[in-house]
Design a protein around this ligand. Sequence first.
Ligand code: GLN
Length: 560
Amino acid sequence: MKYVLITGGVVSGLGKGVTASSIGVVLKACGLRVTSIKIDPYLNIDAGTMSPFEHGEVFVLDDGGEVDLDLGNYERFLDVTLTKDNNITTGKIYQSVLEKERKGDYLGKTVQVVPHITDAIKDRIESVAVIPVDGKEDPADVCVIELGGTVGDIESMPFIEALRQLSFQVGPDNFCLIHVSLIPVLGVVGEQKTKPTQHSVRELRALGLTPHLLTSRSAEPLLESTKEKLSKFCHVPVENILNIHDVPNIWHVPLLLRNQNAHHSILQQLNLLSQATPPDLQQWTEMAESYDNLTESVRIAMVGKYVGLTDSYLSVVKALLHACVARSLKPSIDWIAASDLEDDSAKSTPEAHAVAWKTLKSAACVLVPGGFGDRGVKGMMLAAKYARENNVPYLGICLGMQISVIEFARSVLGWERAHSVEFDAQTPNPVVIFMPEGSRTHMGSTMRLGSRRTLFQTSDCITSKLYGNSEYVDERHRHRYEVNPDVIGNLEEAGLRFVGKDESGKRMEILELPSHPFYVGAQFHPEFKSRPARPSALFLGLILAATGKLEAYISRQNGS
Ligand code: GLN
């Protein structure tokens, strides 16, 4: 196994994840098979308990892993299916070491960070790197490891030490270190400053790791003189100093790296030049360039709990992007804080209320994404009602589907206090109830997580056609509550249709409202499997409906 390690210095938020996945893309384009590992040095076992409004979305994998959103970038860029083990956290490492300690596996020894934690890290990396993630049977050629945080952080120290040992153990031909840093520009003269990078490389070298390549983030392209300075002071050959300056969209990053011959430097370091082909990024180039040239846009109202940090819904945003680009459109997302739509807000924050409604009414379609907690739930229901009554295309994902069921039960069935037991345990009409798959008592295991099968109940529905008339679809889940099977009869009699169910027929997976041009709810999260060149069917449907092209598309698909 060959390793490419990506570390970061100077500041966080440099786009290390995008850099690492872009490096993966370039290596893949050279004919190599690539896997990836994201290391998060926090103590949480996984991202499942972390607030998306602080850390960005919790990404969900096929195997039910709740992981850092960077794994989503890897899956989308490399078109792979990762496992929960591809996200290593300090929590997971300590948990395994402490479990061994309790079992007495250390035979009376003192259990220490070095060597026990560092050994556990190395073992974990080596065992995860060989898990095939691209549908083939044998391990990939290269494993890209991204170390989260910034070099010098106390919490990443055991990882740095373990990776230093690993680099020594696997030998120079099998290890390539790329350090990502920032080149700021200061003052009126606009000088590109290298000192912060020099400091972070010095820090890395003091820890025993010397970068083979440097990737500098900057607003404008790096000057030759800046590169030379970096080379001299950071002990990196000038041809290995790469630059990622600001680009119109992130799909340009692999192209930027290829243009600077990043693959050559990496392949040379890994002794893979003879095995690799010249990078073929033709499709990728077309995608990046076509996106730049899009002129028409479509307005999508995203009605969520909080809208301050757009990373909280990163995969939904990406899925919208994929669907829009497939239709030669630029997504124009109007973020609406659901609570701003509520009646209370008309009194407390009338301006925000007015703006929210104006925005909602001027959008071409409405999307209510997943979420937890009751904040904004009333506003989401108002958005769903507005979309339903005004024939505005609506896509409700997970919570968004539950919202549409509650709203329908209240407005159409007249069950005024219908609710989800998540928000009102005493509701006389529990239309959304707790349906655990696993244990009811053990915290964390009550969530229905990961890939599950949905069987279409009929081929005569929009969603089955959007999914290419297949009989079933496997999508990823992350929820506790579901539509109450006891009220399906009432809902269907009143016009709602549950066109997708799980294999038991008890869990409602997809709903449609046949009297509406596009009113769709999904209990799963289709956004997690959307890919740049393969948009998710339901997102594509929403965009088609928003632009009045759905019918034509479906009849073309069906050859009529
Ligand atoms: N809170 C809801 C549930 O647990 C919806 C979850 C979600 O949207 N991911 O079922």
